[in-house]
Design a protein around this ligand. Structure first.
Ligand code: ZN
Length: 225
């Protein structure tokens, strides 16, 4: 009975998409195994799931799936669990003395819901006000992508991006808004194809109403090419 109750609790936690921590919950032995060793174990686990579902893995089309999924988990979808993959923190001196807000918007987010292992797809908008240090523009895309490549909840992803940029840029004045679709909501469960989830984190000056307003107005601007 105890186990059933636990499972019920876990399920309602997952179905309500509640995250429990701003750091990704990791085991202390998370990197004891090499990627190759992990792929080897996960491959057998995926095979087991498929066989349990009744699939015939001698079929040519299914035969390579366990290895393919294992590689995709370790190297692609969840490659951002490994701190070694964190984008290097190269920053530059703000030579033009540009002291206004810089917004990098419409950064594509491909992540994975940690409650269902289904895709989260959307856009991130990131802003900061330099206090003397700047980063290359693509660095912000890389930071978003690094934290997205984990089992995630959108709230945590938003906070992790802001915290990382605050550290790299040595300022609290960083903000992030993410607007994303969760396929676990769009394709199963309640099956609402149109709904998306918006999360935001505002640090330092972005907590002030006017600064926040300016950022949100920039996000609304149509970008013309
Ligand atoms: Zn989910």
């Amino acid at each position: 009975m105890k186990i059933e109750k636990d499972i019920e609790d876990f399920e309602s936690l997952g179905d309500n998409h509640i995250g429990t921590s701003t750091d990704t919950p990791m085991r202390s032995d998370a990197f004891r195994l090499t990627n190759e060793e992990k792929i080897d174990i996960i491959k057998d686990d995926v095979r087991h799931i498929m066989e349990t579902l009744g699939l015939d893995l001698t079929d040519d089309s299914l035969n390579g799936t366990p290895l393919r999924v294992a590689k995709m988990f370790v190297k692609e979808l969840f490659g951002g669990l490994n701190p070694n993959k964190k984008p290097s923190a190269s920053t530059f001196e703000n030579k033009y003395k540009y002291g206004e807000m810089l917004v990098e918007k419409n950064i594509t987010v491909y992540s994975t819901c940690e409650h269902h292992f289904l895709p989260i797809v959307g856009k991130a908008h990131v802003a900061y006000i330099s206090n003397g240090t700047v980063v290359g523009l693509s660095k912000m895309n890389r930071i978003v992508d690094y934290f997205a490549k984990r089992p995630q909840v959108q709230e945590r992803l938003t906070i992790q991006i802001v915290k990382e940029l605050q550290t790299v840029l040595n300022t609290q004045d960083v903000a992030c808004v993410i607007d994303a679709k969760h396929l676990c909501v769009n394709s199963r469960g309640i099956r609402d194809i149109d709904c998306s989830t918006v999360t935001s984190e505002f640090g330092g000056k972005f907590k002030e109403k006017e600064t926040r307003r300016e950022f949100l107005d920039y996000i609304k601007l149509e970008t013309q090419f």
